[in-house]
Design a protein around this ligand. Structure first.
Ligand code: ADE
Length: 227
């Protein structure tokens, strides 16, 4: 899979992909992540990528030309299954959407800045709009990093222990159960006896019960299938 991210502040996206699982996934060829500076496509002599909004509204808007030229150039090189715009008024990101994107094809992400991108790009070019939550970030870059991380970590081969991604919170609409490591007793703080019993069937049942109880108390909305 290839993920191309269009931004006016590429530096913001240097470190999120340069370590741990996401770096390893790139090293092993599971994913190719390319961050592009939208200014490289600007035809303006000062490399401008924004302009004043129509209607006398305050702020600046990202113009169509550099973004569309960047997308057209990328689309000449390969096919993309989604062109995603990160925006607080997009669809709120959930694990089901992440799962779907991870088995789809290549993705272009557009990071908005200032007041956002010209609406006509959203109408004619963008295929999916994603919000990572009901709060406003100073740009779409951190949202693009969140979305990329969530997609890449579940790509086959990204996590060594294949089981691990499957037991995440949300993967079955349940939060993850509590987890412990050594020592079994830390100054009187005990690990539940069942986890040390060696009875794998009983442990699995206990973990399911714990996941359900935790979901019921913290996120009952997840148990309500219609929500
Ligand atoms: N850009 C600014 N805020 C955002 C958010 N909450 N989600 C996605 N993109 C954004």
């Amino acid at each position: 899979m290839r993920i191309d991210i269009l931004t006016v502040v590429p530096k913001l996206l240097e470190s999120p992909f340069a370590d741990s699982i996401i770096q390893r996934a790139q090293d092993s060829g599971v994913v190719e992540i390319c961050v592009h500076d939208i200014r490289n496509w600007s035809k303006d002599k000062h490399k401008k990528v924004d302009d004043e909004p129509f209607g006398g509204i305050a702020g600046m808007v990202m113009t169509i030309q550099p973004i569309l030229d960047a997308i057209n150039e990328l689309r000449q090189q390969r096919t993309y299954s989604e062109i995603i715009y990160l925006t607080p008024d997009g669809e709120q990101l959930k694990q089901a959407r992440v799962n779907q994107l991870s088995i789809g094809g290549n993705i272009i992400m557009i990071c908005g800045h200032y007041k956002g991108i010209d609406e006509r790009l959203r109408q004619h070019i963008v295929t999916l709009e994603i919000s990572i939550g009901d709060y406003v970030l100073s740009g779409g870059e951190l949202a693009a990093a969140v979305l990329t991380d969530a997609i890449v970590r579940i790509l086959p081969g990204a996590i060594g222990d294949e089981q691990s991604a499957l037991t995440d919170s949300f993967q079955d609409d349940l939060l993850a159960p509590p987890i412990y490591t050594r020592p079994a007793n830390y100054n009187g703080w005990e690990v539940p006896e069942i986890l040390r019993s060696g009875d794998h069937a009983a442990i699995e049942k206990w973990m399911e019960q714990q996941a359900y109880a935790r979901t019921k108390s913290r996120r009952p909305d997840l148990l309500d299938k219609d929500s």
